[in-house]
Write a protein that binds this ligand. Structure first.
Ligand SMILES: NC(=O)c1ccc[n+]([C@@H]2O[C@H](COP(=O)([O-])OP(=O)(O)OC[C@H]3O[C@@H](n4cnc5c(N)ncnc54)[C@H](O)[C@@H]3O)[C@@H](O)[C@H]2O)c1
Length: 334
């Protein structure tokens, strides 16, 4: 049994905290809002996760010091825009060598840093890893089979994460390719916005499959330019997460894109989804990474134009279809 704290009581942090309790660990779930803690204590539920009851032994708190004292593992599960601030606030409480993983997905717009990079910057004394892959909280909370990947620079942290989380409905693989995992998890949200737009416009499975496969090429090009391995993008944190996010009604990025495709403005679409749509932030970061590495990113570029330059989604799709004729894979000789 390990002492584990999950920072962030959104749907994913809560689903993982419940899973960890079920695995027999001593678990603290921290929220930055006392009201959220009070509500969970009163209702024994997190209303973001429907009627599923929280285990009695799950300890709920808004006290950061209590949440981070004597823990074997600290899991960052706050929305990606809040990772830096949360890491900064907690840093002075974290001992040398503390094991930390992030389960958040996103690239910081201003710095182009990943979640692990941000935590390493703010908490340099910690060892930092990541858990990512195709995993909707709504399915994990009801124990539906799920497979993910734990990445860390040291094998020891990846294997520790695997041991803590793995059970008979949650399968965890390990990988040393932290960058590949992080880029896959972050940029799939941008492609999911495009896939949602195609759905909202009334296009079918063909368009979705085209966006997934061509989107994967864009993500892979960026990830490898940043030092990640192409094989990782062919795995759970790449194509796996892309498939689930581009096809599921649980995906807030897909749903936001869907509303845009139906004619809503990006702001109206995000308001309808009612939760943070991280792909909107990652879209700008993706474009900036493309510029930095000199990589052409047609889908990510069109998503940016729809989100930030008032381009109608239908025009974006048409422009993608009418691009110059190309080979599917550059560099393969006849
Ligand atoms: N929901 C999923 O199925 C899922 C699966 C895998 C990964 N993720 C990733 O996990 C992260 C969290 O996602 P989620 O779905 O739990 O989000 P969510 O929208 O359910 O979380 C919202 C919660 O974030 C917290 N929060 C809001 N602002 C904050 C701040 N400034 N500081 C600290 N906490 C703040 C609040 O507790 C709020 O309830 C995201 O990066 C997401 O990409 C989510």
């Amino acid at each position: 049994m390990a002492n584990v704290t999950v920072l962030g009581s959104g749907s994913w942090g809560t689903a993982l905290a419940v899973l960890l309790c079920g695995n027999g660990h001593d678990v603290i779930l921290w929220s930055y809002l006392q009201e959220e803690v009070d509500e969970m204590k009163r209702t024994h539920r997190n209303l973001k996760l429907n009627d599923n009851l929280l285990p009695d032994k799950l300890h709920l708190t808004a006290d950061m010091e209590e949440a981070t004292t004597n823990r074997d593992l600290i899991v960052f599960a706050v929305p990606s825009f809040a990772t830096r601030q949360t890491a900064h606030n907690v840093s002075s409480l974290i001992p040398e060598g503390q094991q930390v993983i992030t389960v958040s997905k996103g690239i910081e717009e201003e710095t182009l840093l990943t979640q692990c990079d941000i935590i390493e910057q703010e908490i340099p004394q910690a060892q930092v890893g990541i858990l990512s892959g195709p995993s909707h909280a709504e399915e994990v909370i009801v124990s539906l089979p799920t497979a993910v990947v734990a990445g860390a620079k040291t094998r020891q942290l990846a294997v520790f994460t695997q041991e803590i989380f793995m059970n008979d409905y949650f399968r965890v693989y390990t990988s040393p390719d932290v960058v590949g995992i992080e880029v896959g998890g972050s940029l799939k949200n941008v492609i999911a916005l495009a896939s949602g737009m195609a759905g909202g416009l009334g296009y079918g499975d063909n368009a979705r499959a085209a966006l997934i496969t061509r989107g994967l090429r864009e993500i892979t090009a960026i990830a490898t330019a940043m030092g990640g391995k192409a094989e990782t993008l062919g795995g759970l944190a790449g194509v796996g997460d892309l498939i689930v996010t581009c096809s599921s009604l649980h995906s807030r990025n897909y749903m936001a894109g869907f509303h845009i495709g139906e004619g809503d403005t990006p702001k109206e679409a995000q308001d309808k989804v009612g939760m943070v749509v991280e792909g909107v932030y990652s879209a700008k970061a993706g474009l900036a990474l493309g510029k930095k590495f000199g990589i052409e990113l047609p889908i990510i570029e069109k998503v940016n134009q729809v989100l930030f330059e008032d381009k109608p989604a239908r025009d974006g799709v048409m422009e993608l279809m009418k691009r110059d004729k190309k080979s599917e894979i550059e560099g393969i000789a006849w």
